[in-house]
Every structure is written in C-alpha cells, then in structure tokens.
Design a binder for this molecule. Structure first.
Ligand code: ZN
Ligand code: ZN
Length: 354
C-alpha cells in the first residue's frame, strides 16, 4: 500500500468490506508487480491515496456475495478492465474501451485507522484478499502455476493482444520490440508464436539480452543513437513491418517510428504521461505512410482470451517462465517494486502461502 504520491510503499493491515451483491471475495495466490504500479506510486496516473497497489493476479473465490454465479473455490484470474457489455464500445465489439471501466483507483474499504482506502484499477491485488465485482474475475482451470497464471491478467493479455489483435502480425513479418519488461517479453513470445521473423528486441539494459532471446527474440539490440541503423541493417535497409513500443515515453515512440518501414505500423503498448509530448513533422507523417496506434489492454476481451491462454498454459503450449524473474513474499513487495524501477528482471511476482 502507498500512502501518498512518491511515498515508499509498505505492507499494512487494511479492512475490506464483505462482498455485496454481484461481488466476490478472492483469496490471492499470486500477484505480479507491473510498471503501472510504479506509475501509481509516483503519481503519473493520479490515483487517490492511501492506495492498495496491484492489478495482475490469480486467486481462489473465498466468498460469494448475493447474485453471483461463480462458486466458492473457483480459481480465477483478475481482469482490471471488466466490460459492462452495455455501453457503446461493448456493444460494438470493443470491450477493452468499455466506458464503465474503473478509474486508476476506486474507493474500497478502510485503513486499520479507519481512513477511506482506494484500490488500484478496481482490484488492489497486491494483498492477501480482494473484494471485486464478479465481472472482474475470470474462471480458469485449477492447477496452473500461480506465478504464471497471475501474469496472464495484465502483461500477457496486453502483450499477446497487441500482436494478435491490434497489429495482427502475420507469418514472416519483421518485428521490433522496444522495452523489455513483462509486457515487452510477452510481445516477443507472441511474435514468435505468430511466426514473425526477424524479431528484434531492444532495450537500454544489456542484462535483458538473455531474457529476450529466451522469450523469442532472434536478435537483441542495445538501444542507442545507432538503433535505426542497426534495425535497417537487419531488414534490407527498410525498417521493420511492425514496431511495438512497450515503455510509454515519447522518445521511445519516436524510436519505434524511425525503426518502422514506409507503410509499416507502430503499436504503442506502453502507457505514458500526459505532459510527454511527441512531435512528428507533417511531411514525415505523409511520406512515411506509417500507421501509429495504441493497444489498450491488447484490444482484448479477457473473458474470451484469458481462458484460451490459461488452456494453452495448462497444455504446455505457452511457457511464461521467461517472464517471471522470481517470486517473493508480500513483505518483500516494496523491494521488488524498487528492483522493477531499476530495470532489474522482468516480472516479480508476489506469492502467498496456501
Ligand atoms: Zn499492469
Ligand atoms: Zn462497456
């Protein structure tokens, strides 16, 4: 939990309400730490405080409120953008843009001292338990490795969806992925499953090389002033068909733009700040004939794609091992957030005893 903008997160007791109508209490088994959690701590996403962090988790339904259909004991993966199925976007096949989606934070429960508490993206999943609307819980098969099932809910849906649903990468197309956190590694894995080649992984941290190659990259490129040249040298001088920006900064969006061939597509997966302006010349936009678009939550319907990915995980068709750098107990979550901020590893996952 974090008490205010820029403050150091700490583990504290909180009081959650009992599940009301249509709500579930879920006992968390594993919860990933995402870059968006850092953006909650530093205030980029302007949440309310005090705030329970976490929005990527798996757990088991421990208590079901009235008017629910998911039984106690059901394993679930949490969805931070549950669709209402009723707004314009939901009715037009874009549930990831649902107008009823939670704000960065939602009021829920109280601190031990009785102050009003907020939870991240309607979840607050870096906790032993959450109370959530039933539509934020997607049932999955029992027996999945918890640390891998947890990352389905944000990094994997986002990364896989960006490749499959937003960019629709085709076999043989070339791909560059800039920024190799959990989402970037998931993009690499999805690009490999899509049959892309070459798959160029780009990061400023040399230590990401082995992770990138394990996740599916054909080449690792260290990001510097020569990046455009390095990429053109591997794509017959053209640039890639698809560049994925997984950082959320104007500088890396510009790098992705320059890495892409004429007529290619830049997909922005990273969530950036509102004051970070991107400037492109009108001539460049016209002449390059590139497409620049974003991928919100992988343009995905989690109710459909989480069960699909969970089945692939259960069948051994999907290995999320390279994404998970390690597991830590809740008491070490603040340290893991700092490691993430320093760019160490990919996904750190907090696990809870049974
Ligand atoms: Zn996330
Ligand atoms: Zn909706």
């Amino acid at each position: 939990m974090v008490r205010g903008r820029g403050e150091t997160p700490a583990v504290e007791e909180v009081r959650l309400p009992a599940p009301g109508p249509g709500e579930l209490r879920v006992r968390i088994r594993a919860a990933g730490i995402c870059h968006s959690d850092l953006a909650m701590v530093d205030g980029t996403l302007a949440p309310a405080y005090p705030l329970v962090l976490g929005h990527e988790a798996t757990g088991v339904v421990a208590e079901a409120g009235p008017d629910t259909t998911i039984a106690v004991g059901t394993p679930v993966v949490l969805n931070w953008a549950p669709a209402c199925r009723d707004c314009w976007h939901c009715r037009h096949g874009e549930p990831w843009l649902c107008a009823a989606n939670p704000n960065p934070s939602t009021p829920r429960g109280k601190t031990a001292a009785g102050e009003p508490l907020a939870v991240t993206l309607g979840l607050g999943a870096l906790a032993e338990e959450v109370v959530v609307p039933q539509r934020a819980a997607v049932p999955v098969p029992a027996g999945l490795p918890p640390e891998q099932a947890a990352v389905l809910g944000c990094a994997v849906l986002t990364g896989v969806g960006a490749v499959r649903n937003t960019a629709r990468v085709a076999p043989g197309e070339s791909v560059a992925v800039i920024g190799l956190g959990g989402v970037g590694l998931a993009v690499l894995a999805a690009a490999r499953r899509a049959g892309a080649s070459p798959i160029l992984a780009v990061d400023v941290v040399e230590a990401k090389r082995d992770l990138a190659l394990a996740a599916g990259a054909t080449d690792f490129l260290r990001s510097d002033d020569t990046l455009g040249k390095q990429i053109r040298a591997r794509t017959d001088g053209r640039g890639v068909d698809h560049a994925f920006e997984c950082v959320g900064r104007s500088a890396t969006i510009r790098a992705a733009w320059r890495a892409t061939r004429r007529g290619g597509a830049v997909t922005v997966v990273g969530m950036g700040g509102k004051d970070d302006m991107l400037s492109l010349s009108a001539l460049d936009i016209f002449h390059s004939a590139r497409t620049l678009r974003s991928s919100v939550y992988g343009s995905t319907d989690p109710d459909r794609e989480v069960p699909e990915l969970a089945a692939a995980l259960a069948a051994g068709d999907l290995d999320l091992g390279p994404l998970v750098s390690g597991t830590v107990p809740l008491a070490e979550a603040p340290d893991a957030l700092e490691r993430l901020a320093r760019g160490e590893g990919a996904r750190w996952v907090v696990t809870f005893p049974d």
